[in-house]
Design a binder for this molecule. Structure first.
Ligand SMILES: [Cu+2]
Length: 271
């Protein structure tokens, strides 16, 4: 009896904890409400199954408790029950996976009018690169990384000269403008994560991963690294400012291009 009550209390406690929990999602600030929907579908399916299974256990523990003289019946197989369990489990798993496939397709299908922003992770800081007037990012490779070329931009690629480089400062994005995020890492695996955007992806050294989103709310949002990347992982923070188009243009004009950052170095070399 005590075990049955304890099991029922686990279910009750889980529901109460869910209702009273202070750890709710941050208010969303991007177009990816779909991500919340898929999490909610999984939450409800697994939640209902959890409650049903544990309550069924409580019922069985109580109903079939030990009584003097009663003996358990032995039923090694039940084809009917196995069919029901297989079909029910199959539907539940499909209901959790199928929406994810649809959302994933949208997540990596970038709209034509998206601006490209590159995020570069390294132990333990974030850097950003935005296209200059030509609207294109120059080629890059870790082999080009040097003190005056921290992101490894190909110095011979003309498209890279006007690339805007932001280091140790917040990234600014335009409200309502779709942005394609290119993700690079200079050392180990990192993960660019802004909880309010509901979008994140690992940054794998040696390759470029990407996704897109549209910022839908003005404000300053915290960037976290969502992949354990060494002793400084927890300090790998940054921020993203979402602002109106006019403010964003002003900010962009104040940033330094790759060519400007290298200019003083070249001047020294000439002396
Ligand atoms: Cu990291």
């Amino acid at each position: 009896m005590r075990t049955a009550v304890a099991l029922a209390l686990i279910v009750l406690g889980s529901v109460v904890f869910h209702l009273l929990s202070p750890w709710w999602w941050t208010p969303i600030a991007s177009n990816w409400a779909y991500i919340d929907d898929t999490i909610l579908i999984t939450f409800w399916i697994t939640g209902v199954v959890f409650a049903a299974v544990v309550l069924f256990m409580a019922y069985c523990v109580f109903r079939f408790r030990h009584r003097e003289g009663s003996r358990a019946a032995y039923q090694p197989e039940s084809t009917r029950l196995e069919w029901w369990l297989s079909i029910g489990t199959g539907i539940g798993v499909a209901a959790m996976l199928a929406p994810g496939l649809v959302v994933w397709h949208q997540f990596v299908t970038v709209p034509d009018d998206a601006v490209t922003v590159e995020v570069v992770g390294q132990q333990w800081q974030w850097s950003y690169r935005l296209p200059g007037a030509d609207g294109r990012l120059g080629a890059s490779h870790v082999a080009y990384v040097s003190p005056d070329n921290p992101l490894g931009i190909d110095p011979k690629d003309p498209h890279g000269q006007d690339d805007v480089i932001v280091q140790g400062e917040p990234l600014h994005l335009e409200l309502g403008k779709p942005v394609k995020i290119l993700l690079r890492s200079l050392d180990v695996v990192h993960d660019f994560y802004v909880p309010e955007f509901r979008a994140k992806m690992d940054m794998i050294p040696g390759t470029v991963t990407y996704y897109w989103f549209t910022p839908t709310r003005v404000g300053t949002f915290e960037v976290l690294c969502a992949e354990l990347c060494g002793t400084g992982h927890s300090h790998m923070r940054g921020s993203v400012v979402v602002e109106l188009e006019s403010e964003h243009r002003t900010w962009l004009l104040q940033q330094k291009s790759f060519a400007q950052l290298r200019a003083p170095v070249r001047a020294d070399a000439g002396n």
